[in-house]
Design a protein around this ligand. Sequence first.
Ligand SMILES: C[S@@+](CC[C@H](N)C(=O)[O-])C[C@H]1O[C@@H](n2cnc3c(N)ncnc32)[C@H](O)[C@@H]1O
Length: 408
Amino acid sequence: MPETPADNPSTPIKSNPGWKSQYILLSLPLKDRLTGPEQALIASIERKPKKSGFIFEIDDNYLHFYLKSLDLEAFRKSVFSSIERERGQPERYTRVNQLLTDLLGRIESIRSYGIKGKKRIYVDYNKERKVENRQNKVKNRGSHYYAEGNVFDRTSNELPEEFRNRIIAGDSEAELKKLPSNCIDLVVTSPPYNFGLGYDTSQDGINWEEYFAKLFRIFDECTRVLKYGGRIVINIQPLFSDYIPSHHIISSHLMDKKLIWKGEILWEKNNYNCKYTAWGSWKSPSSPYLKYTWEFLEIFAKGDLKKEGKPENIDINGEEFKKWVVAKWSISPERRMDAYDHPAMFPQELVERVLKLFSYEGDIILDPFNGVGTTSVVAKRLHRDYIGIDVSGKYCKVAERRIKELLP
Ligand SMILES: C[S@@+](CC[C@H](N)C(=O)[O-])C[C@H]1O[C@@H](n2cnc3c(N)ncnc32)[C@H](O)[C@@H]1O
């Protein structure tokens, strides 16, 4: 076997018997044996074997790459600068260039455990962080302990046909009382934030206690009508200037009502137009005011974190799933609010992600603060059934028009 820098007996890693078990092995097949200059080029990438978390090994048939940890960016630079250095004789190195490019692709496709310093860790990381006796500890701690002892009924009920795919003009607290319990799969909504926005009919900007008491009565109804295993997703923005953490206050109420907190999504709106001196102190620790360019989506489950559904009714693909389970979503706010004459609409993409991630095709989606019907429109487009309630008849008419405009 030809010698590589990693074969140097002074290399501490390789003097340790059994060293290979600490590495992931990537082997790239060779049609012909690598020439001396080709091997030297590869060797130049691995200059500091002592510090490297990787080792090359070459035999007649393979280029072996043993990988433990890697600063991927530095590695990429090192690969490209070696290739660059040999540019005078490109034909001599075409094969190595191709091999190294393939190797980079292979490395990028492996799942790493995390980052330590600048390096990605590919092995051992789990061992270091492993919690001994994990299951027992979870049992002792009691996961979602606050939701224990709930008395939610597991039986689902049919949503009466008169409510299926309907936009209802009315107060949600009263309208929801007309629905049977356990008939809705997913609630997706954004209540008024009480900032004082000019909605058509509802009061927005009332006393906070009154505001939360009304919301809680509506969310209690939502909880009642949710099926066992159903989810409720609430988009809410705290009023930072009044130091009212609405997302915590609402979440805390839902936990008191024994719903399980499933998670929180940061909806990054990239809204940088907030003024720096409007509140708080300027260039002084006396009272700095924190700025937020995002809103929150609080997600809760009734009774069970798992929601059953038929595999053929899943419409999220692998790419979407991988991207959307990272709980920070960068989505621009809706730009056509003027056209619909509503001051606080959802962008359709936000609803689309929520529906595909948390519900199945054919599910029933409720929005008790339906506005001009974005939730209902997206639900219909994604082959779900909907029920949308808004206190404003004017908004409901717009919602109906938008739904009709969808192609059948
Ligand atoms: C933030 S907006 C929702 C906008 C909606 N997501 C959309 O994309 O059009 C809140 C809505 O709640 C409605 N609303 C306020 N109080 C209500 C109540 N008690 N019952 C039903 N709707 C109510 C308002 O009319 C307003 O349209």
